[in-house]
Design a binder for this molecule. Structure first.
Ligand code: BG6
Ligand code: MG
Length: 215
């Protein structure tokens, strides 16, 4: 168990809501237009990975110009943002509202640390933006996860020491970032992916605060 935790820092995609399918659809349309191979197995590798790094994974070593990289990222993001229009509070994953409310009740701060540049509009569409005491997203830092920068940014905004922060993550890169900066971590998903975390639960709804915090 982890005593003295003063803040929970949540990843967004795969923890609070599941936008992986929307990312998949937008990347898939781009890949089909361009004749690149892309499927759900490749999409799994994009979990927690920045937009540019995602495109590099899809390109699989294929060299294209910087101008084309920017165009393809822009096209994908335009379509992704259209798909995000369908999001509502119903898309919050099971158990997340209960967890956020319980943390609030305990006086534990709540922050976001997402690789996404669309994190703020997503939180607003989900109608939970106001519950967050601090936001770290893809616009706040240069280096994406596994660099710990976005977590440090969130802790800095909260003015809480990293040793008193706990990260909730579904991506290996995110868990590694949390470990790198000395934060505790809860991994969501299979052990093969997030087994390096201090605690592992299958879904966000399975997070057992008694096991994690000891009370
Ligand atoms: C992460 C997703 O949250 O955000 C990745 O898990 C995504 O799949 C990344 O590539 C960047 O998102 P965006 O919205 O800035 O393209
Ligand atoms: Mg994630």
């Amino acid at each position: 168990m982890r005593k003295n935790i003063e803040a929970f820092i949540f990843d967004l995609d795969g923890v609070i809501t599941d936008t992986a399918e929307l990312h998949y659809l937008a990347w898939k349309n781009m890949a089909d237009r361009e004749g690149y191979t892309f499927n759900r197995a490749i999409n799994e590798k994009l979990r927690g990975v920045s937009r540019r790094a995602s495109l590099e994974i899809i390109l699989a070593g294929l060299k294209i110009s910087e101008e084309k990289i920017l165009t393809l990222m822009e096209e994908k993001n335009t379509e992704y943002k259209e798909l995000l229009e369908t999001l509502t509070s119903k898309d919050i994953l099971d158990g997340v509202m209960e967890l956020l409310n319980e943390l609030k009740k305990r006086g534990i701060k709540v922050a976001l640390a997402s690789a996404s540049k669309n994190a703020v509009p997503i939180l607003k569409k989900l109608e939970i933006f106001d519950l967050f005491d601090a936001i770290g997203d893809g616009n706040c830092v240069e280096r994406a996860k596994p660099a710990p920068d976005v977590f440090i940014h969130a802790a800095g905004q909260l003015q809480i020491a990293v040793s008193r922060c706990l990260v909730v993550e579904d991506a290996e890169a995110g868990v590694l970032g949390a470990i790198d900066c000395g934060m505790s971590s809860v991994g969501i998903g299979p052990h093969e992916r997030v087994g390096a975390a201090d605690f592992v639960f299958e879904t966000p709804g399975d997070i057992n605060l008694y096991e994690v915090l000891g009370n």
